[in-house]
Write a new protein. Structure first.
Length: 182
């Protein structure tokens, strides 16, 4: 009887110890600083975001401490999240028009470290129908934890401000107006 109870207990532990995804609890918020930079850079020009893709070898499935993938927004990939965030920034700046120059982005590096010093590293190349574009890169630091679940939650929650920092690099770049054909 003890062997059966032991096997049942082992099976229960095995089932309960599977991977767990870590969802962010902080939605993306538009950055006032980015909106002002967009308005200043584009003046009256308007643009749209056609697509944000991943370079070969870059994965959106980023596992955190064998705890499962980091999910920054349920139902969205990391690249969709970046596209939506960029569109929100442009829309809030009143610089978004579906008929404007089409900005495309290619994420060339996407990684994080959830151990001290914890950070997101993102490199993205942007170009448009009006410009060959440029690349930007950020290394966004954030607080971590010794506890895997907490460290992974912090990692997911830090993605939104990391994307804000990435978009800041895009819209404050001196070449940003050229994306609109300026």
């Amino acid at each position: 009887m003890t062997a059966i109870a032991g096997c049942i207990g082992l099976a229960a532990v095995t089932l309960l110890s599977g991977c767990q995804t870590t969802n962010a609890s902080i939605p993306y918020e538009v950055s006032t600083e980015n909106v002002v930079a967009i308005q200043s850079g584009l003046q009256t020009k308007k643009v749209s975001v056609s697509n944000i893709t991943l370079a070969d070898g870059v994965s959106e499935h980023l596992m955190c401490r064998m705890n499962g993938d980091v999910i920054v927004s349920p139902g969205k990939t990391l690249s969709q999240y970046v596209k939506d965030a960029f569109q929100k920034e442009l829309f809030t700046a009143q610089a978004y028009d579906v008929h404007g120059a089409k900005i495309e982005g290619r994420i060339e590096e996407l990684s994080f470290s959830s151990v001290t010093p914890a950070s997101w590293t993102i490199t993205m190349r942007v170009h448009s129908s009006a410009s060959k574009g440029y690349s930007v890169s950020i290394k966004y630091p954030f607080e971590t934890s010794w506890i895997a679940m907490e460290a992974c939650k912090n990692t997911a929650n830090a993605f939104a401000p990391a994307v804000q920092a990435l978009l800041k690099e895009v819209v404050t770049n001196p070449q940003f107006p050229t994306l609109a054909g300026s």
